[in-house]
Design a protein around this ligand. Structure first.
Ligand code: GSH
Length: 235
């Protein structure tokens, strides 16, 4: 249970698949939080105060005033945030070592595989100024392969890490719900489809996905935002 004395966690956020991971987790855990919107299409992610917390200039990040030892702590990288909140609350991140290893496997699979590959599929299918057939097919195929892996896993398991809903499912749902934009046909993946409907039906997932949903713009039509997001080199 969330500590009644818990001060609000600051969530540095924009409504994207990586941001949703943390809004969903905070909703699932019943933790109080305040949103600080970081408009990544306008370049807020390069502001010094944001970089002090999230040096990779990407959302999400959190600042927890009640961190270890009662002192504030900031955390960046969605996987690290989910693990931190799971350890802090004892929710959705089992302590049994075998179960925890299974969660970590699928969590790392998401942050190192599904997220980046689906992100590239979005990029080359929707945002790239020229259609590059090789890139479109490379990332569409890779997402297809990954959904096949997920589908096989979910044939005999209710959730990614086994029979319990965990932070691994929370990490995946925001990406998986965008399967159409990734050029996929969900009918090919019936176990994946069953899992997606089950996870999306959770009230906390629905609340997490709605956080500042009105700010979510169509990036494919916003050339200025594309210039900020896709033209960066080391600063
Ligand atoms: N590995 C990071 C990826 C985060 C990420 O890619 N965030 C995107 C939004 S979904 C972002 O902030 N992009 C801003 C930029 O690239 O400048 C994580 O899992 O937290």
């Amino acid at each position: 249970m969330a500590d009644a004395q818990q001060q609000p966690i600051e969530l540095l956020y924009w409504p994207t698949p990586n941001g949703w991971k943390v809004s969903i987790m905070l909703e699932e855990c019943g933790l109080p939080y305040d949103i600080k919107l970081v408009n990544i299409g306008k370049g807020d992610q390069f502001a010094p105060d944001f970089l002090a917390v999230s040096p990779n200039n990407k959302i999400p990040a959190i600042v927890d005033p009640d961190g270890p030892g009662g002192e504030p702590i900031s955390v960046f990288e969605s996987g690290a945030i989910l693990q931190y909140l799971g350890r802090k609350t004892g929710k959705f991140y089992p302590t049994d070592e075998r179960k925890r290893v299974a969660v970590d496997e699928w969590l790392f699979w998401q942050v190192g595989g599904l997220g980046p590959m689906a992100g590239q599929a979005h990029h080359f299918r929707l945002y790239a100024p020229e259609k590059i057939p090789y890139a479109v097919s490379r990332y569409t195929n890779e997402v297809h392969r990954l959904y096949g892996v997920m589908n096989t896993r979910l044939k005999d398991n209710a959730y990614l890490a086994g029979d319990e809903y965990t932070i691994a499912d929370i990490a995946c749902v925001g990406w998986a719900k965008l399967w159409e934009r990734q050029g996929q046909d969900i009918a090919e993946f019936p176990h994946f489809a069953r899992w997606l409907e089950t996870v999306k039906a959770r009230p906390a997932v629905q609340r997490g996905l709605m956080v500042n949903a009105e700010a979510r713009a169509d990036l494919s039509k916003d050339k200025a935002a594309q210039g900020i997001l896709f033209g960066q080199r080391a600063r």
